[in-house]
Design a protein around this ligand. Structure first.
Ligand code: ATP
Length: 272
């Protein structure tokens, strides 16, 4: 399992800019999500670090095929040698149709976890399992609800779930297909102690077929990394095996390595 990002560009227009540009008064302004982002990663856990606004969430959304890049392509090479490509061309030709085989192999947890849906946890889990063509959907949904401490909430509407249960719901639904690609955007946000324990267990027993990307500012969570990716200004500044990168700091921790990289970055921009 391998993902390669080639020269990905993703820009956003802000709401105000949309309004003004439609009246042709001001030139259109954009915000950069990703800028010539090129990198590749393989099986195991890759933790994506970077300052606020560096493009971590954008990278996960594009990789999850939820967001269409303006330029560049994402190539997914599965263990059975099947290759999928996600790009603007691909999206314009046929949207995500024909990509169901890939989408069903991806589990995604977004940063913004609030849900307005008035269906119950159980209904949502079974619906998603059926939609993703999971064999024995009811059984799989029940298994994941039990595993993520949601059995007591199964009749609760999603919009009424307490924050901690909602964060666990997102994690549970993302694992319905036993995905090859697990994309977690700030997964620890909102988790209670039970949720944190369960997440750590899941990461500790990480299946060998899976490629996991975790975008986070939580440096305790980042210690689970096999690989580290550091983002800055929408680009990949560093990527490598965690043990090699953290060998340069005395205590070998991800937190110290990240602080060192930030200090270096600060110095570098002052020198410039
Ligand atoms: N929907 C959007 N509309 C306009 N600009 C956006 C949108 N989403 C992201 N951006 C902008 O794109 C840039 C990258 O944002 P992104 O959320 O990917 O960064 P991040 O590293 O995940 O940040 P954080 O750590 O705060 O979550 C930022 O400048 C952000 O303001």
């Amino acid at each position: 399992m391998r993902i390669e990002w080639s020269h990905i560009k993703k820009v956003y227009r802000t709401e105000d800019d949309k309004k003004w540009s439609s009246r042709l008064i001001f030139p259109r302004e954009t915000r950069t999500g990703l800028l010539d982002f090129s990198a590749s990663t393989k099986r195991g856990i890759t933790v994506v670090l970077g300052p606020k606004g560096s493009g971590k969430s954008t990278l996960l959304k594009v990789t999850a095929t939820i967001s269409v890049p303006n330029d560049g392509r994402v190539t997914y090479t599965m263990d059975n040698k099947k290759v999928w490509v996600w790009s603007r061309n691909r999206a314009e030709m046929s949207g995500t149709s024909g990509l169901e085989g890939l989408k069903n192999r991806i589990g995604y947890v977004p940063q913004r976890k609030r849900l307005e849906e008035d269906i119950s946890v159980e209904e949502a889990m079974v619906y998603l399992a059926q939609n993703r063509r999971v064999p024995q959907p009811k059984r799989r949904a029940a298994e994941l609800m039990a595993r993520w401490g949601l059995a007591g909430y199964r009749k609760h509407e999603l919009s009424q779930l307490p924050k901690s249960a909602l964060s666990r719901y997102w994690l549970a639904q993302s694992l319905l297909t036993d995905p090859d690609i697990w994309l977690l955007d700030e997964p620890a946000e909102g988790l209670d102690e039970l949720g944190w324990e369960l997440l750590c267990q899941e990461l500790l027993h990480h299946p060998s077929h899976r490629l996991t990307l975790i975008a986070t500012n939580d440096l305790e969570l980042a210690e689970c990394a096999d690989h580290l990716m550091l983002m800055e200004g929408g680009s990949c500044r560093r990527l490598g095996a965690r043990h090699l990168l953290t060998a340069s700091v005395p205590d070998g921790s991800v937190a110290s390595w990240y602080r060192t990289m930030q200090t270096f970055s600060g110095l570098h921009s002052r020198i410039k």
